[in-house]
Design a protein around this ligand. Structure first.
Ligand code: ZN
Ligand code: ZN
Length: 113
């Protein structure tokens, strides 16, 4: 009888050890957030270098280039989408910066042109 009681107990111990180990691994994978809050690192949304949301940054994501060119949205002089060319369209920089400010409550880092 006692052997039948011990067995499930052992299973529970192993299971909870696995669970704790699993939680630890989850915590170790987390510390990306405090760095992102400093506003200096990419948090996956904003491209600090180019002053636009990462998902539309054709300078970082070259797969987007063909799409922009197909739409005729391309600045040949500066090799970037015309709608992201702050040299030709300074007002676009202000527009994108406003998106950033709405989300983070502060101005974005100056884009490198
Ligand atoms: Zn970029
Ligand atoms: Zn341009």
């Amino acid at each position: 009888m006692s052997a039948r009681i011990r067995l499930p107990l052992a299973v529970v111990l192993v299971a909870s050890a696995w669970f704790i180990g699993c939680n630890k691994a989850g915590n170790n994978a987390a510390p990306a957030n405090p760095v992102a809050e400093e506003g200096l690192k990419h948090d996956g949304w904003w491209c600090d270098e180019h002053g636009v949301p990462e998902e539309i940054c054709a300078l970082c994501n070259v797969k987007l280039v063909a799409d922009f060119k197909a739409k005729g949205d391309w600045c040949k002089d500066h090799e970037r989408p015309d709608s992201q060319c702050f040299v030709c369209h300074p007002e676009k920089e202000t527009e994108f910066a406003a998106q950033y400010e709405a989300k983070y409550g502060k101005k974005p880092p100056k884009a490198q042109m």
